[in-house]
Each structure stands twice: as structure tokens, then as C-alpha cells.
Design a protein around this ligand. Structure first.
Ligand SMILES: [Ca+2]
Length: 222
């Protein structure tokens, strides 16, 4: 605990260290309570010390910012691009994508007609809130939604072969009355990197086929 907190503290922004009124500002205890209209907060234990951090997503110009305030008042934040306006999907989600007890933060980066696009951040002591990337270092996004002709979703599960704990599903209906074609991809989550572990391509399967099922709620911390 101590090392993580001290490292986090060393990264605190000048504003957090200098603002004398900061420590006297009561933190909103529950989402939506006493929070400005352009921000939303939740609590999550992102450093794994058993105590909650205050996680906030707020609008800042064309970007959004996800931040964490620790019990010692140290503060870290990271900006990310977002194509969704106003308070829509502002709320951060707390998830455990690696199913290892470390809580990640899932934020919305875009909203389409039927599909929401997400990014994940994980806390790395000494670095702050780091966006989860693929093995090539590119920001990783995943999706939930779909309509009559398509489906995208994700799920978490206990580690399987290759220590995969995170699965995405993409499917499209090839024609009216037809089944779904698509791919189900399994990933391991290693700190701030998501590593493909295998994929299952499927053709013309019914909507209730197991290979199509994915429940984002399964990514909530245990
Ligand atoms: Ca904590």
C-alpha cells in the first residue's frame, strides 16, 4: 500500500499539491451527488490497498479526463478523446478485466446509433492512470450494442487456457432470417496490455448460440 500511494503522490499534479482548499472540499460520496453537471464520479480501489479512490470523469474541451483521488489527497489524471457529447455516458464503470482483483476503469469514448465504444484505464504505480493498449501499443477499444443486423459485446470470465479473462464478440446477420456470422476473440489482460489468446469464427449460428453470448455485467469486480 505505502509504496503505491507514495508513488502516486509523487505524481500529483501541482494543482493538487498547491490548492489549499482541495482537502477541505468534501468528495461526493455517491455518483451524481454534489458533482458538477459535467462530471460523474464513482469509487473504486484501483491500487488494490483495500481503500476506495474517488474516480471522476469530466469534460475538458474536446476531450474527457478520467482522474483518481487517493486517500492521501494525491491525484492522477489522464485525458482521452471522446466523440460523445454532454453527460451522455459520462459515468465511469468499474471493472476487473483481468479477474485478478485489480480494478480497471471503463470509460466511453464514442456513442453511435446503436453502439457504445469503450476504453479501459488501469492504475500503474509511478505512471498513474494508463490506458490499456493492444500489444502494438495502440489504444484498445471495445464495444457494446448492435441492432437488427449486427451485434457487438464483451464479457469477462475466470481465466481459461492461455489465462484469457476477457472476450469480445462481433457478429453480423448476413440476411433476413439468416443466422449470425462473426468472431469471438479471447484476450489476456496483463497490466496495461491486452493480449489476444485465440479466436473462434462462427457462421450462420442462431441468436441464442453460446458463441454469441456476452454479458458486460460479468466484468464487474467480484
Ligand atoms: Ca485504494
Amino acid at each position: 500500500m505505502t509504496a503505491a500511494v507514495l508513488l502516486g503522490g509523487a505524481l500529483a499534479t501541482p494543482g493538487a499539491a498547491a490548492a489549499g482548499d482541495d482537502r477541505d472540499t468534501p468528495a461526493p460520496a455517491t455518483p451524481g451527488t454534489a458533482a458538477p453537471a459535467d462530471s460523474a464520479s464513482v469509487q473504486a480501489d484501483i491500487d488494490g490497498d483495500g481503500g476506495p479512490e474517488l474516480i471522476t470523469v469530466r469534460e475538458r474541451g474536446d476531450h474527457r479526463v478520467v482522474s483518481a483521488r487517493f486517500a492521501d489527497h494525491s491525484y492522477v489524471e489522464s485525458a482521452f478523446p471522446s466523440d460523445t457529447a454532454g453527460r451522455l455516458h459520462l459515468d465511469p464503470r468499474v471493472a476487473d478485466l483481468g479477474r485478478d482483483g485489480t480494478q480497471e476503469l471503463v470509460v466511453t469514448t464514442a456513442t453511435g446509433a446503436n453502439t457504445v465504444t469503450f476504453a479501459a484505464f488501469t492504475y500503474v504505480p509511478g505512471q498513474g492512470l494508463v490506458r490499456v493498449t493492444d500489444t502494438g501499443g495502440e489504444p484498445f477499444t471495445f464495444h457494446d450494442g448492435g441492432g437488427a443486423t449486427s451485434l457487438v459485446s464483451y464479457a469477462c470470465h475466470e481465466p481459461d487456457a492461455g489465462d484469457a479473462t476477457f472476450t469480445t464478440v462481433r457478429a453480423q446477420r448476413t440476411g433476413e432470417g439468416e443466422g449470425l456470422d462473426g468472431v469471438r476473440t479471447r484476450y489476456a489482460v496483463h497490466h496495461d496490455t491486452i493480449v489476444p489468446r485465440g479466436r473462434t469464427v462462427f457462421h450462420d449460428v442462431p441468436d441464442d448460440a453460446r458463441v454469441v453470448q456476452a454479458d458486460p455485467d460479468s466484468c464487474a469486480p467480484a
